[in-house]
Write a protein that binds this ligand. Structure first.
Ligand code: FAD
Length: 395
């Protein structure tokens, strides 16, 4: 059995894990980043829309992973009425298979050791601490000891659970997703991302059309399984949506997945362990967007890990600085959006149309998706009857 020792073991080479490994290495830590996939970045289970604000500390923009720059988002209601919303920061639909690989390479360039095809099979615990993990690396059994383990192992995360943390979301806190990359289609505006809402289209979720060029797009949807009215799966809803919008389309790729959208887990640190990204349920609960947030969390976790290791204390108490920083910067907004999602889940179709009408009257050029949802709720507080205990920030 191979044995290795590191300061920081990062499990998962997605945006959260690679950023944690990159920042950890820049902090001077000896870092190992592992991913079970044969090729980091594939298969892609993402609609690939990415905001570029605050990205430059981690990766320089590169045409190789830009599929289409985006000028606007369009929200289409059940009646077909729509509203066009400009992005608040430069946004693109990216090629994640290249983006994720390049981000992992940034971590390697900063000094981290990166290993694909390395599946963690269990954590190693000692005196209540997680002290590393067992893994199969390129077919060989291996034991890695590390002062701190960062679990960035995505929506189906197991590392946290193996470490004894509560990570399983309830069914209603989970988006079930299906997506096709469609080819041979004609997009009216190849620089516009569309969001289609309504109970016929995607109950408890929404459908999207995100362009990847003039004749190609990620077309997918998320639904909430407990909310499903007609007993159909996400893929069946998607087939109906595609049949209606792009009956002639070719299907170039297909993927299914899930996103935990109930808001950040209560416990994201333990003795010697931290959870990051989808593993910590840090995605934005209404849209399910999680690339940027996973990266910000990876950055925060790695900086706290470095401070803890330098101080000689990586107990849970010391690592609590990470959830504290997360909650200050993003966690509260994610929590508010988790509550907003409970409201949206109960919308009837006429409510969705009203949302589109209300949004049309807002100064949209200065508002993020979160701002818009909160502003709509401020305009129509009767919507709050749908959710108990929801407080709109700013009222
Ligand atoms: C259909 C769909 C569409 C989406 N669209 C968007 C979008 O347009 N924009 C956006 O911002 N977000 C989107 N998201 C969400 C986004 O993909 C995630 O929030 C983001 O990828 C989270 O990053 P992460 O690093 O936490 O996890 P991931 O990107 O999931 O990476 C986790 C990694 O861990 C590895 N791993 C897991 N278990 C192990 C193990 N035992 N050993 C070793 N490695 C392991 C996996 O192979 C994987 O590479 C979408 C999600 C879905 C499902």
């Amino acid at each position: 059995m191979l044995r290795e020792e590191y300061d920081l073991l990062v499990v998962g080479g997605g945006p959260g894990g690679s950023t944690a490994a990159l920042v950890g290495a820049r902090e001077g830590l000896k870092v190992l980043l592992v991913d079970k996939r044969q090729e980091i970045g594939t298969p892609v289970r993402c609609a690939e829309a990415l905001g570029f604000e605050q990205l430059e500390p981690y990766i320089a923009v590169d045409d190789r992973w830009i599929a289409a720059w985006i000028d606007a988002f369009r929200i289409v209601g059940p009646s077909g009425k729509s509203v066009r919303v400009p992005p608040t920061s430069p946004t693109a639909v990216v090629e994640r298979k290249i983006f994720d690989r390049e981000l992992a390479n940034e971590a390697a360039r900063a000094g981290a050791t990166v290993r694909a095809m390395t599946r963690v099979t269990d954590v190693i615990r000692q005196d209540g601490y997680v002290v590393g993990a067992k893994m199969i690396s390129l077919g060989r059994e291996m034991e890695v000891r590390a002062k701190i383990t960062i679990a960035a192992d995505g929506a189906e995360s197991q590392i946290g659970r193996w470490a004894g943390m509560k990570t399983t979301p309830r069914l209603e806190e989970y988006y079930s997703a299906a997506q096709y990359l469609l080819g041979g289609i004609r997009l009216e505006d190849p620089r516009e991302c569309q969001y289609h809402v309504g109970n016929e289209v995607a109950p408890g979720g929404y459908a999207w059309v995100f362009p990847k060029g003039p004749d190609k797009a990620n077309v997918g949807l998320v639904i909430t399984l407990t909310h499903e009215k007609h007993g159909r799966s996400a893929q069946e809803y998607l087939n109906a949506f595609v049949e209606r919008l792009y009956p002639e389309a070719s299907i170039l790729t297909m993927n299914l997945g899930g996103i935990p959208v109930g808001g950040t887990l209560k416990d994201i640190v333990g003795d010697g362990i931290m959870l990051v990204g989808d593993a910590a349920h840090q995605a934005e609960p209404v849209t399910g967007g999680g690339i940027n947030l996973a990266m910000f969390a990876g950055d925060m976790a790695a900086k706290v890990a470095a401070t803890a290791i330098r101080s000689g204390d990586w107990s849970r108490k010391k690592l609590e600085a990470y959830p504290a920083a997360w909650n200050k910067e993003h966690g509260r907004a994610v929590g508010a959006m988790a509550k907003a999602r409970q409201i949206v889940l109960k919308f009837e179709d006429k409510r969705y149309d009203k949302l589109v009408d209300l949004a049309a009257d807002l100064p949209l050029d200065k508002m993020s998706a979160t701002d818009i949802i909160l502003a709509v709720l401020r305009h129509d507080p009767s919507l709050l009857l749908y959710a108990r205990g929801f407080i709109i920030p700013g009222i």
